[in-house]
Design a binder for this molecule. Sequence first.
Ligand code: NI
Ligand code: MN
Length: 231
Amino acid sequence: MPEITFHGHSCFVISGNEGSVIIAPFLTGNSMADIKPEDVSVDAILVTHGHGDHLGDTLEIAKKTGTLVVAPFELAIYCELKGAPKVHGMHIGGSHNFDFGWVKLVPANHGSAFIEDDGSIVYTGNPCGYLVKIDGKLIYHAGDTGLFGDMKLWGDLYNIDVALLPIGDNYVMGPEDAVVAAGFLKSKIVVPMHYDTFDLIKQDAEKFKKVVEEKTSSSCRILKPGESLNL
Ligand code: NI
Ligand code: MN
């Protein structure tokens, strides 16, 4: 029976009997984060793309603890070159059974370049979303993405228990598109993410919840940083 805990922005820990993962560990510099990198103890770090608010503290945590980093192939190699001791590269459409559970990489419509301190830009492949199954529960983390029609396909192919969807607008889907995504995905529960971290992405999550529950078959759970959802 996994537990999903929100740590602000797009960062979640999924923890079950099989194992545990953290997705998008942006903690340092994240005004919404309720934990620090040294508090993270998981079997793997799942990274969606190379932007700083998603790669976040991945390298620091991986170097200190030896935690496995799972990422799209180019980003996995980037992490390895930067000192991550254990990486597992995957790519869009590919799935793998790990000790902690099942992981499938799915597309996200976004960018994935990492901008180094000196201003040089490193291309880290395609961005992705993740389907993660731990203890038999299927969780979809959309990563950073706009709305796209293939979400309907996953809604038809999979029984998604929880969909973690960005609603912040500007860089990713806004609330209206995220409601359409929820209708496509047909998950039991929708949790909004990637909003309120800074002014540009402020959103009314309560209003989003109301519209999701009016227009789709999903229920919506708003998680405050530190709050958990038990499946
Ligand atoms: Ni991004
Ligand atoms: Mn982002």
